[in-house]
Design a protein around this ligand. Sequence first.
Ligand code: PLP
Length: 418
Amino acid sequence: MAPSAMPIDQGESTSDLTSSGISHTLAKTAPSTTRSLHPANGSSSPLAELDASLLTTSAECRAQKTCTDHMLTCFWTASHGWHSPELKPYGPFSIMPTASVLHYATECFEGLKLYRGYDGLLRLFRPDCNARRMLASATRIALPGFPPEELLKLIKKLCATDGPKWLPRSRPGQFLYVRPTMIATDAALGVQKPKEALLYIILACFPAMDENPKGLSLLASQDDTVRAWPGGFGYAKVGANYGPTLMAQGEARRRGYDQVLWLLGNDGKIEVTEAGASNFFVVWRTREGKTEMVTAPLGDKIILDGVTRRSVLQLARERFQKDAEEGVMEEVQVSERNFEMRDIVEAVEEGRMVEAFAAGTAFFIAPVSRIHYRGLDLSIPMCEAGTGRYAGLLKTRLRNIMFGKERHEWGVVVEEAA
Ligand SMILES: *Cc1c(COP(=O)(O)O)cnc(C)c1O
């Protein structure tokens, strides 16, 4: 079967980020493996794989206000595969007015941060997760596949190039935002699987958004507005998920809220999914008197598999269990399961709500102090320090890993030229 006739896989593999899931996805999308899918067509010229070692560099820079001096670009064509990546001065692209991305939202992206540690080193936080998620997102919208390790090498290369100047060692504790992006650039208006794409990576200056002493206030989404739905693409970081949320986000801002709390369902059952472009957690006491930390599950493919979310879950499971065993803290059950808006309302009304927070790269871990839902103003507890107790513990630990105060495999050092 020719790759172009292949349906986009909506099965397990597109959001399966395990290594077997990745190879499965790659087997369907990567140029090198595409060959073996049609061995009978007699074509002997292999398509080129994304290869970071082919990187070329050109000098000359203009100073930028929002992005750093350089960017990394790499073209892909259906006939050749991946061309040599190029490191060059940050600047505009030119694409045809008919480019697929401008009409059909054939775009996906990633967001991670480059941190200047207190030990003087530059680090990325679990960037392998972002590279794999980028592959999953690209696959969902028929953009070409690539080995995630090659993307990671390119990300590191750009970070090593601009990191020393934009995150000087003299100013530890600062970060840049890393934005890998892929767009389909085919100059053709037909709705079809892209034959040309551009992968690029930029580094942007970005404000710290987690220091809001008042906590986030969330406006629950209206009945007639949903962010993602079963069988859709809410689990993919594709541009098409974001533009359509801006009306709701604008409405929330106008009414004095920071973000939208995205709900899904109808009157019988209204589930809580995400907050803005962050995952959402609550900590409450159950009616049985247990403490539970809960967030929506990945299985329905409605929510994004956030790197912060995963890390919070993993650390919470390790840490809270250990603390409970040592008698330092009561036991906390950590759950990935569906929960409803009604559960939040009841927990607040019955005084069982402990805390809530949004978790994502942009906002990091941001405590929530207020949720407005159908005329109800729900007040969510926070400690005096502007954070909940559990969120505070997790945030400190994660920040220590990001900024090199704690050595951990999640903090991946970027080697700089001496
Ligand atoms: C990016 C994003 C997140 C957070 O993911 P991280 O990997 O933690 O940054 C959560 N939800 C949505 C919808 C997102 O776009």
